[in-house]
Design a binder for this molecule. Sequence first.
Ligand code: 9WN
Length: 423
Amino acid sequence: MNAANPSQALEHAFAVLRENDRGTYTVPTKGLYPFQWNWDSCLTALGLAELDEDRAWTEIETLFAHQWPDGMIPHIVFHVPSDTYFPGPNVWGTNRPTPTSGITQPAVAGFAAKRLFDRAKDKAMAAARCRALLPKIDAWHRWFYENRDPHGEGLVAILHPWEAGRDNSVDWDEALAQVPTTGFAPYTRRDTDHANPAHRPTKAQYDAYMWLVEHFRALGWDNSRLHDASPFQVIDPAFNAILIRACTDLAALADELGEAEIAARNSAWAQRALPALDTLWSAESGRYLARNRVTDKLIDSQSIGGLLPVFAPIPAARCHAIAEHVQGLLKVLNYIVPSHDIGTAGFEPQRYWRGPVWLVTNYMIADGLRNASELAVADRIARSSLELITKSGFAEYYDPKTGEPLGGGRFTWTAAMVIEFLR
Ligand code: 9WN
């Protein structure tokens, strides 16, 4: 396949989407991830819309059909049994009618719904589908600010690295070191059956992941208790920026559809959060930094989590600094944007979220830069993304130095992002 030949790349991307389509939802890739994942599905819907708008709306609706009574959208929905992934439904023990995990993931649904609506050829269908989704997405946003920002500072915390979607980012190392790694049931990982263990999180990280799951399960997955009871509470600038963008987009969509209350509420959340997000800016690093809410200290880690806030409506000067930083990375790397900066503590070119390039984060950074009129860098990120799939196919992630494919193969959201970059 050749990205110089976009129609071939597009056909290949559509084939990956079809292959991972389970009728009303897609799996990220077969074997490694045999269920529905939250932010994968919302971003994948953008690619699906190029094939079938109705099917794209269904992807998001299926996810929201499994919303918890308190408003949370879980990070995994276990539609059908499979033993190729750990931890499965019995380990989570959430007692939902259709089993789900008990934590959430980045809130991209509001952004995805607006983008689908704006582009819809069938506007009447899009309006009807959006009207039904709006209160559900609104309830999820409310859930975040009520349960993950108990002191009303405008920023929400993640309670588990899996919630960030950047599981083993260097950003979490310090906070994760405070999580016990003993006192949970023995377990067998399945991810390393499908992907090279050297490209995945370590055993020590999985031990901490499992301790947190068992701790929250013992608290009955009661979200009114989990935040304060968690030894891991991290304010991730990327996670917050995605939520701010989703609130902003949902407000605009609600406004267009005449849902004034939802519009006002979401706009107010975004307006309160933006100055709070700005307190995480580090002039020295030229990026935002995560904050450990338990110690109240900023986390000095040079990761993509500090660049992703460009996806939100942050000040132009911050966008420009991020654009320059991304551009500068091309002096030392062949492919951008690495999930962690080369030459800084913790960088590993092949280990998951500690260095490799991911097309979903590329897409969100490029989108934010485009909105800020930083077009040259946005185009350069798109080019790098297409070079990677040309060289190495539709992988889960890629080595930023060599472009080597890493993790799972024939990956759904990678394909969806290629469709987006080729638009
Ligand atoms: C845990 C599905 C998911 C993505 C995450 C990515 C990875 C899961 C795992 O795969 O996480 O949720 O088991 O490794 O980190 O971003 O949503 O593609």
